[in-house]
Structures are given as C-alpha cells and as structure tokens.
Design a protein around this ligand. Structure first.
Ligand SMILES: CC(=O)SCCNC(=O)CCNC(=O)[C@H](O)C(C)(C)COP(=O)(O)OP(=O)(O)OC[C@H]1O[C@@H](n2cnc3c(N)ncnc32)[C@H](O)[C@@H]1OP(=O)(O)O
Ligand SMILES: N[C@@H](CCO)C(=O)O
Length: 350
C-alpha cells in the first residue's frame, strides 16, 4: 500500500494504491541480487509455481525461475508485481475506490510511466535501490524500458523481449478494434458494471479473439488448423471451423479470468507508450540507458515485428546486436520459447 497518492502523467492522482506481488529466493544482505520480472497484458505476478489458491493456472514462465534454472532462486531474489491497473491483486477498475464503491469507469487514464512510477515506490518499500536485472516482454518490455530510461541508476541489466520503443500505428489500430469491442457490449455501462452480476464478457471475448490472432503467426494457424472443421461440426450449416473453436476457447478462458475494465485501462496505457515523449524523441531517450542490455524479438512476430526491436538494439548504446528467438508461434513466442529466453538471461547475468 502506497501512503502518498501517485501523481499521474495525464494529470490528477491515484490515492491509496496497492500492488500485488510475488517473490522467489532470498534477498541478499547487501540487496544486490534482486531481479524484476514484468508481465505482459494478461499476465500476472505468478511467474512460476503451481496453480493453487489465487492462481488458477501454473506460472506463465515456468522453467525460467527456480533452483538451477536461468533465474536461479538459490542465487537471485526474483520479484514480480501485478501491474497497476490490472486485476490480479493490484489497484485497478475492479478494486474499491472507497468502501462499497468500485472504481469502474472512473479509474483514471494511466501511462506506462505511471505504472513504472508505482513499481518504483513498491521497490522502495521492499528496500531495493537497484535491480540486478529488469526483464519483460511485450507490455512488460515497455515497462522494463521505462525503468531503464527513467531510473538508469536502479537498472543493473536490461532484457527486452518482443517489445517496442513506442506503440506503432498498427498496434494502436489492433488495440482500437479491441477497445471498441468491449465498449460496444451492452453490459459495459461506461465501465460501471462491477458488482451487477453482469459484465461486458462478450466484448472482452471478442477483443481476445482479435488479439489472439495477432499473437500467433499465419503459418502456425495454417499448419495447426488449416480448413478443418471442429470435430462434429459443419461450418456450412452453423458449425465452426477448428480455428474458430480455438479462438472461442481463448475468448471464454480470458473472460473467466480477466476484468474488461482492466483490459481497457492496460490497452490504453500500451497505446500511450512512447519512451521518447518529453525526452527529445526516442533516440535521445534510449541514450539514457546505461545498463548492459540485450534486445530480442521473435522471428515470426507480426504484432511487434523484429524491426521494432532492431530500433531498440541500435538506439541503446549498451545493447548487443539484436537477437532473434526462433519460433513458429509469433508474438507469444516470448512466453513459449522459455529455453531461448533462458539462454538470453544466462548470457546477460549468468
Ligand atoms: C497460461 C495462462 O493463462 S497463465 C495466467 C497468466 N496468463 C498469461 O500470462 C498470459 C499469457 N498466456 C498466454 O497468452 C497463452 O495462454 C499462452 C501463450 C501461454 C498459450 O500458449 P500455448 O501453450 O501455445 O496455448 P495454445 O494457444 O496452444 O492454446 C491451448 C488451449 O487451446 C485449446 N484448444 C486447442 N485447439 C482447440 C480447438 N480446436 N477448440 C477449442 N480449444 C482448443 C487447448 O485445449 C488448450 O486449452 P487450455 O489452455 O485450456 O489447456
Ligand atoms: N498472450 C500474451 C501476449 C500479450 O503480449 C498475453 O495475453 O499477455
């Protein structure tokens, strides 16, 4: 819980904010072994570990964090906050603004910088002045970059995965379609639906369908599903193609575990991302990074194409050449190809 309100970049302030977090390993007496892991849009603080109370699924980077793994918890103290504006324990639209009243559609507009400022306050509370490594992919990579630019003295090393210096026109365009899908749902009610027993779940599901296609690659979808019909269904008489059923599954799964209001707030925060804003542009901002850095893209990523990571690798003076994760899975490759991510972690801090 932060005592002071957080002053927001767009104006106004957010009082009484909380960030949920998880940690693994032990913080060294000199506090030099702390690693910050930042999750993507619908991720959470449960980076590793089994499913259990409060965690309907196993960790999303299972295989990366634990004894003997790349983020070896016998050596590193790994910490992961749930992003500000999210819905897995941190303050967001679904949390109470005051007793009995949720934020809903009154939750303020956030930027990645606001979210990182909140994380810096949380790091202060943990007593961590400097991270040995800050790592994140996609939206987590945006925040990792903001950490390295806003707080170079607190960022010991930097690993950026499948991310960008600034949200591009196409990324904003895809996001815009998703925002419209949610806001067009008759149960959206301007974001004030919490506690009514109903919500814009159809809209959130539609947003996830749109997003999920962008998270995967065309060859993967073609190889995996082709033109096949879903078992027992006929697309020519009201049934679905197998790929439609797959998207329906991901839509329903997200609608069960994620808040639409958070999806809107986080998507708008991603759209706002421009590390160069107020800093003389992207190139000038990237020159602020002092941490040894690695930047990697996924070779089949059509949402955050490797050209965006090439810009980062070229602009960050301390970065090595651009690395490519080889994967058929598109943007989600940074979540799925954990062995290749582990190799990058080891190269940077191993
Ligand atoms: C995994 C979590 O949700 S953890 C919670 C935190 N979440 C995050 O961090 C978000 C990050 N996760 C994600 O974005 C995705 O879930 C990923 C990237 C991990 C998914 O990657 P993959 O393992 O490649 O999953 P994939 O896209 O193949 O989907 C598999 C699911 O589709 C289902 N599926 C496959 N084909 C079909 C079909 N024709 N019809 C219906 N369902 C189908 C599978 O049964 C499986 O279901 P399950 O996930 O409920 O077990
Ligand atoms: N599948 C990931 C990708 C976003 O970068 C998520 O849902 O968070």
């Amino acid at each position: 819980m932060r005592e002071r309100p957080l002053a927001l970049e767009a104006g106004g302030e957010l009082p009484g904010l909380r960030l949920a977090f998880e940690t693994w390993g032990r913080l060294a007496p000199d506090r030099s072994n702390a690693v910050l892991v930042l999750h993507a849009l619908t991720g959470d603080s449960h980076v590793a570990g089994p499913a259990g109370p409060g965690h309907p699924t196993a960790g999303w980077w299972e295989g990366l964090v634990g004894p003997g793994l790349a983020l070896d918890t016998d050596r590193w103290f790994v910490a992961a906050p749930n992003v500000l504006g999210g819905c897995q324990g941190s303050t967001g639209p679904s949390t109470e603004r005051r007793p009995g009243r949720r934020w809903g559609g009154d939750f303020p507009f956030l930027t990645q910088r606001d979210q990182v400022a909140a994380e810096a306050g949380w790091a202060d509370a943990l007593g961590i002045d400097r991270w040995a490594l800050v790592v994140g992919g996609s939206m987590g990579g945006m925040r990792a970059l903001e950490w390295a630019v806003s707080y170079p003295e607190r960022t010991g090393a930097l690993l950026l995965l499948a991310t960008t210096a600034a949200a591009g026109a196409e990324q904003i365009a895809w996001a815009s379609a998703q925002l419209h899908a949610i806001r067009a749902d008759p149960h959206w009610h301007g974001g004030h639906y919490h506690g009514t027993g109903r919500g814009p779940w159809a809209g959130l599901g539609l947003a996830r369908r749109i997003a999920h296609v962008t998270y995967r690659s065309e060859p993967e979808l073609q190889d995996r599903f082709g033109r096949a019909a879903q078992d027992g269904e006929d697309p020519w008489s009201g049934g679905r193609y197998r790929v439609e059923s797959y998207l329906d599954h991901h839509a329903a799964k997200l609608a069960r575990r994620f808040d639409a209001g958070s999806y809107v707030v986080l998507t708008e925060a991603m759209n706002s991302h421009d590390v160069g804003r107020g800093r003389g542009g992207v190139r000038s901002a990237l020159r602020r990074v002092t941490a040894p850095a690695l930047v990697a893209g996924v070779d089949s990523d059509r949402l955050y194409p490797p050209g965006q990571q090439a810009e980062l690798a070229a602009g960050i003076g301390t970065a090595d050449r651009l690395r490519l994760i080889e994967s058929p899975y598109g943007h989600d490759g940074f979540l799925i190809e954990t062995e290749q991510v582990a190799a990058l972690v080891r190269e940077l801090i191993g």
